[in-house]
Design a protein around this ligand. Structure first.
Ligand code: CU
Length: 256
């Protein structure tokens, strides 16, 4: 659909590139997502969910509100991150570092984003994921239109798949926590005012006034289904090739 990071976060051997600006991309893209969602939430006006609120502290083992989902047959990398030992040996130390002015003052914003992404962030995604039961076949990004619509059902909210993780409510808890680290970093560097980004991330962002209510969308999908979806895909493909944001009138029409 044209979403593409402006620079890679890892090299061809999957080693992290900490001194590129990809760490800023990580932080800024997710901050834009949170702003976008908060705009939608303010229009929906659900008193039970007025805005995204991240974890203040990362839930410890045995937390009643955010238990670690049990998944006995999980791949080893996920199983390991779900253990109490992993929390004690890794998460506690990371959480401590990433909230410490002394640690944060040694890092550029890009280094902070890169370190966060590949340590505590990835671990939280895997730790709080549930068993998806069936796995979405991996599709090369340029063939995005071949992804079956069944994976768009909100019940597919696998936290370890970038296609669906944002549908899972835990996504907003953990990314809210990540987002707060930007403020900690600014305090550590005694920077006030706006965040000194050296990157931009607005090429393919949907306009902020766009809003789709779930039930309306579902009803509408039933009516116009394939033709409209195909048209949206074509529009998105064109948008990906131009360096500007065009109001997404196809979605706006009748669905807001
Ligand atoms: Cu994430």
């Amino acid at each position: 659909m044209g979403w593409e990071p402006p620079r890679p976060s890892v090299d061809k051997n999957r080693n992290r590139i900490e001194n590129s600006k990809s760490g800023e991309d990580f932080l800024l893209m997710h901050r834009q997502m949170i702003i976008h969602v908060n705009t939608m939430l303010s229009q929906i006006q659900d008193p039970l969910y007025p805005k995204v609120e991240g974890w203040n502290t990362i839930p410890s083992p045995g937390d009643i509100d955010y238990p670690v989902p049990v998944w006995n047959t999980a791949p080893d990398i996920i199983k390991e991150r779900k253990t109490d030992a992993y929390y004690d040996n890794f998460i506690v130390g990371w959480e401590n570092d990433f909230t410490q002015p002394e640690f944060l003052s040694q890092l550029t914003l890009g280094q902070l984003g890169s370190k966060l992404e590949y340590t505590i962030h990835n671990a939280m995604h895997l730790r709080w994921t549930s068993d998806p039961v069936t796995f979405r076949p991996s599709v090369f990004p340029t063939n995005a239109e071949t992804i079956d619509l069944r994976w768009d059902d909100p019940s597919y909210d696998y936290l370890a798949d970038t296609y669906s993780s944002h549908v899972n409510h835990i996504f907003w808890k953990l990314h809210g926590w990540i987002d707060e680290r930007i403020g900690d970093w600014m305090n550590a560097h005694e920077i006030t005012g706006t965040v000194p980004w050296s990157v931009q991330w607005d090429k393919n962002m949907m306009p902020q006034h766009t809003i789709i209510h779930g039930p309306h969308l579902m009803a509408r999908m039933g009516e116009v289904a394939e033709e409209e979806v195909n048209r949206m895909v074509r529009v998105a493909k064109i948008l990906s090739k131009v360096n500007m944001v065009i109001p997404f009138s196809v979605i706006d029409d009748g669905m807001t």
